[in-house]
Design a protein. Structure first.
Length: 128
């Protein structure tokens, strides 16, 4: 059974990675394409932003011709939903980590097996 210090360190590490996962969903910085020194296009999971017009549009979009390559839109959409699912599982994991830290030794012992299965599951969905 891990000690309280081990739980605290694991919780801190998981909180940092969970925060970065949420940032990856929010910020459109998955791909950055520099057309010219003054024109940069940022692609995110759900939107595309241009530095020239400072506007963001939904991405991928069949209307804009983003789906011309075979299966691109489907694969990009699956990646977005997998990241959303990872955030949901990560939220549950973070909640259980918090409950384990606040609870006593017996609660940590009971939650340890659940947490040891939830953490790899949330990371798995990020890799899909």
């Amino acid at each position: 059974m891990p000690s309280l210090t081990t739980f605290a360190l694991v919780s801190l590490a998981f909180t940092i990675t969970y925060f970065l996962t949420i940032l990856a969903l929010i910020l459109p910085n998955w791909l950055v394409f520099d057309v010219k020194p003054w024109l940069r296009i940022n692609y995110g999971l759900f939107r595309k932003c241009s530095a020239l017009t400072t506007e963001c549009h939904p991405f991928p979009s069949r209307r804009d011709g983003d789906c011309d390559e075979a299966n691109f839109c489907e694969q990009w959409t699956v990646a977005g939903f997998a990241m959303l699912f990872a955030v949901i599982i990560g939220g549950a994991t973070w909640f259980f980590l918090l409950v384990a830290l606040i609870g006593g030794r017996r609660r940590r012992e009971n939650l340890w097996t659940s947490l040891s299965m939830l953490m790899p599951a949330s990371n798995f969905w990020q890799l899909v």
